[in-house]
Design a protein. Structure first.
Length: 112
């Protein structure tokens, strides 16, 4: 499973127990003539898709550089929209409908 949330985050699994939040990281080259590159690095592990999605919202909130409450709320609404859209578009995940319907209240609560 690979669910791309946006250009910086994706959800994967380990094939048996965990949903993994992966973050795209820039790896700066220390050698002349070798270009910088991006790699996916594990950020967090979760047992359920819903808790991984909520944790992703927390990651965005913690790392936000927002200078006002409205900017932060806008960022959180955007990541929530990205998550729901990515999961809904992934045919591999049968729980996408459940995430968008039953978790909306949970995700909205996390944003406030």
């Amino acid at each position: 499973m690979e669910i791309y949330i946006n250009e910086n985050f994706r959800l994967t699994n380990d094939g048996s127990h965990n949903i993994i939040i992966e973050e795209r990281k820039l790896i700066k080259s220390t050698k002349d003539g070798v270009a910088d590159r991006y790699e996916w690095k594990d950020a967090r592990y979760h047992g359920k898709l819903e808790t991984a999605c909520i944790a992703l919202i927390d990651i965005v909130a913690i790392r936000s550089e927002a200078e006002s409450i409205q900017e932060l709320v806008d960022e959180l609404r955007q990541i929530k929209s990205d998550i729901v859209q990515a999961v809904m578009n992934t045919k591999e995940c049968e729980c996408a409908w459940e995430l968008s319907e039953t978790s909306t209240h949970t995700l909205d609560t996390k944003m406030m």
